[in-house]
Design a protein around this ligand. Structure first.
Ligand SMILES: [Zn+2]
Length: 744
């Protein structure tokens, strides 16, 4: 909250007050440079403190887990410190670790941040982290003995996650700005931002505009449990590198130096709080002096405060304070040890140690890379029958690819091989197909691999194989009902899947709620933050009478919104090509999907009254056209709350041919009592019905006047004696008479 309050206070201040001019005012008045946020005098140059505080408010359980991880880290760190203290810097070095960096420039005109500007930032990082920065000569003599020189270095990525050549820079023309905190749109392509590259291989930096003009950047510290798509840091485009759009006093690249400190588990020098006055709050580093709160601008040395009252005072020139770029010039040894310990301790950082992101690609003469299984793709449904195995390949050899062999083994069985001829230039991709194979209902594994590019051995076979799992749905006939009462899930012949890489996100059977019986199906949007990802439930390939006049999917649903501005979505789709393509017939989200008006932040479990019947009418799409369809329920994650389904029923109605021929039908004939008069398509022009016996006496009558008659009318003749009767139907434009026989 203190950070937010600062930003609000700044909103209406003249621009010059936010920069250097205010500083001279304070110099003149000999006021301390340590400023409380509540006085609102300077930009909060880093929003890490406030985004961490907000994260913990939103996720109290993760706070406990974070604290536990930090405690374990601190023990390990202190052990490292004891081992290293007193050992000269040169002898403490184990080996240089180079972190592959990808810079995502997201701006309306991303070209304004040039490659040279990006390189200037990398150069600053490599100097600052090695302790080779020219301005380190400004380190006061009293602090020179703790000057930290880490082994951390940085390179712009040389290869993409897909193993394509890259300069480590992506540019996206977009007006999306960074909203500091969780779910930052700048980190999601679906929200106009740039998706992270594999965070276990790259340090992702988003260079963009900040929605709060007073923020220069922010980072989520390790051990937090933040979504992997958000690991890395955001850097304001005017505080990045030393040239181009970099603007004084933040044009020495120190925002990134500072944020990467957080990325490697450094706190601000005054501690974890958001620049609040406190001597109890520590950065847990033993060679940074205890400091009360943050410093801004260009303080003169020395500065003392309530926590360190005598010279040389506090270390305001540390990269982890808030001073201007030209003032910051050092990490301490303790901080360097802490960062190096962090990269070897936190599960989300350890994989960086073995990343090949800095290694340029090696090109072979004949090298085919399998990029993915095009068919069957992973985690998808098929009708039983046959499929054509297909691979998306890329020719990463230096020669054109004229032929390659595709090998297929299903469920570990015999390998079927097909030699494919093609003409594929270097670095181009193509889809190749094998011979048709038979599949039966159930889950299957399939291994596909290439061999013999251009008829010779592949020089780099490590990238030739892909394994996928898919399910072939069973078959069924309408009417098809499913209430998820059987504990076997998915029900026989049904399929489940999702489009994230988290299999637990599949829909599940739950006994926590049910419309009828004791179980239902749950799409979990409460625990899984997978914006835009689908969780899927598919019916068996269901045959419907080809002459059916209506096809309806009737189901019960229950859903709640977590907050007013988050929306999960439910779609009902159908496929007439065995799951290859699906078409939407029903879509509801947010207010139209929810079955309770109560906003529910905790996990939603519906009560009996919170179930609603709903219908997806497929009549116009499939009736009379197709006799074999798969119906799919698609939940689209909005990180809102759970969506439940129960009592699904695929129901068809086939009308008698005589009804469709004549437009009406009177059944049964003969009758023992009741008659039903049906109309097709409607009874709108029917004005009255009269029934006469064989001597012309009227025995039954109904007039409709201006009220339209029902499409189906039931007539009770149980009280009249057996015999022949005449039913007279009076329409606006005609009169029809039908003879019927009443029997006992
Ligand atoms: Zn910071």
């Amino acid at each position: 909250m203190p950070g937010a309050r600062l930003n609000l206070l700044l909103v209406n201040m003249p621009l010059f007050l936010r920069s250097g001019l205010l500083l001279s005012f304070f110099l003149y008045n000999a006021v301390s440079f340590a400023q409380q946020n509540s006085t609102g005098v300077r930009p909060e140059r880093c929003a890490t403190g406030s985004v961490m505080e907000k994260f913990f408010r939103d996720h109290p359980f993760q706070k406990a887990a974070f604290d536990q991880r930090q405690l374990e880290f601190q023990k390990r760190y202190e052990l490292v410190r004891r081992q290293r203290r007193g050992i000269p810097v040169q002898q403490r070095l184990n080996s240089i670790v180079t972190i592959p960096v990808v810079v995502h420039i997201v701006l309306p005109d991303p070209s304004i941040v040039t490659n040279d500007q990006v390189q200037s930032q990398i150069d600053v990082l490599n100097a600052d982290y090695a302790g080779m920065n020219a301005d380190s000569v400004k380190i006061p003599a009293a602090f020179k003995s703790v000057f930290g020189k880490s082994q951390l270095r940085f390179c712009l990525a040389q290869r993409t996650p897909q193993n394509n050549p890259t300069n480590g820079i992506t540019r996206l023309a977009s007006s999306t700005t960074s909203v500091a905190g969780e779910d930052d749109p700048v980190k999601y392509a679906s929200q106009g931002g740039a998706d992270a590259w594999d965070v276990t291989k790259y340090l992702n930096i988003w260079v963009c505009k900040m929605s709060s003009s007073t923020d220069l950047g922010y980072t989520f510290m390790p051990g937090l449990g933040i979504a992997s798509a958000e690991i890395g840091f955001v850097n304001a485009y005017h505080a990045f590198g030393t040239t181009g759009t970099a603007t004084a006093p933040f044009n020495k690249g120190r925002t990134a130096t500072h944020e990467i400190g957080h990325y490697f588990n450094l706190q601000h020098v005054w501690g974890a709080n958001d620049c609040i006055s406190s001597c109890a709050d520590s950065d847990n580093v033993d060679d940074t002096p205890n400091q009360d709160k943050c410093f801004f601008g260009i303080p003169t040395f020395p500065q003392t405060d309530a926590c360190t009252t005598v010279a040389p005072g506090v270390m305001f020139m540390n990269f982890m304070d808030y001073t201007d770029d030209a003032t910051m010039c050092m990490f301490t040894e303790g901080q360097a040890d802490r960062m190096e310990t962090a990269i070897a301790s936190f599960s989300e950082l350890i994989p960086l140690l073995s990343s090949n992101g800095c290694v340029p690609l090696t090109f072979y003469t004949n090298d085919v890379e399998v990029q993915k299984a095009a068919n069957p793709s992973n985690n998808i449904f098929y009708c039983p029958g046959t499929i054509t195995p297909q691979l998306l390949i890329k020719n990463i050899g230096t020669q054109p690819l004229n032929s390659v062999r595709l090998n297929v083994s299903i469920d570990g069985g015999a390998v079927a091989s097909t030699t494919v001829s093609l003409s594929l230039p270097s670095l181009e991709s193509a889809t190749i197909s094998g011979d048709v194979i038979n599949i039966t209902p159930g889950y299957h594994s399939i291994k596909m691999y290439t061999s013999l590019p251009n008829g010779v051995a592949d020089e780099h076979p490590a990238n030739d194989t892909v394994n996928t799992i898919f399910s072939a749905t069973g078959t069924a006939s309408a009417p098809l009902t499913e209430g998820f009462e059987n504990s076997i899930f998915p029900p026989a012949g049904w399929g489940i899947a999702n489009t994230s890489d988290i299999s637990e996100y599949n829909p599940v059977r739950t006994t926590a709620a049910a419309h009828t019986g004791t179980a239902s199906l749950k799409f979990d949007n409460h625990n899984y933050q997978l914006f835009g990802k689908y969780a899927l439930l598919s019916t068996p390939a269901t045959s419907i009478p080809i002459n059916a006049d209506s096809v309806k999917v009737i189901f019960w649903r229950a859903a709640a919104q977590a907050t007013a501005n988050v929306a999960d979505t439910l779609q009902v789709l159908y496929s007439v090509d065995c799951g290859q393509t699906f078409t939407s017939a029903y879509k509801k989200g947010g207010v139209s999907l929810r079955t309770t008006e109560t906003l529910t932040a905790s996990e939603f479990i519906p009560s009996a009254s919170q179930w609603v019947a709903d219908t997806a009418d497929l009549t116009g799409y499939v009736a009379g056209k197709y006799d074999n369809i798969i119906v799919q329920f698609r939940n689209i994650n909005g990180f809102g709350n759970n969506v439940y389904l129960d009592d699904i029923n695929i129901k068809t109605i086939t009308l008698p041919p005589a009804l469709k021929d004549k437009g009406y039908l009177l059944t049964p004939n003969p009758t023992t009592g009741y008659l039903t008069l049906q109309h097709y398509p409607s009874a709108a022009s029917l004005k009255g019905i009269s029934i006469f016996n064989s001597i012309g006496q009227m025995v039954w009558k109904s007039d409709y006047g201006t009220t339209p008659a029902m499409t189906n009318i039931r007539i009770d003749l149980s009280y009249i004696p057996p015999g022949i009767y005449f039913v007279r139907l009076l329409y606006t434009n005609k009169i029809l008479t039908e003879k019927i026989l009443k029997v006992n």
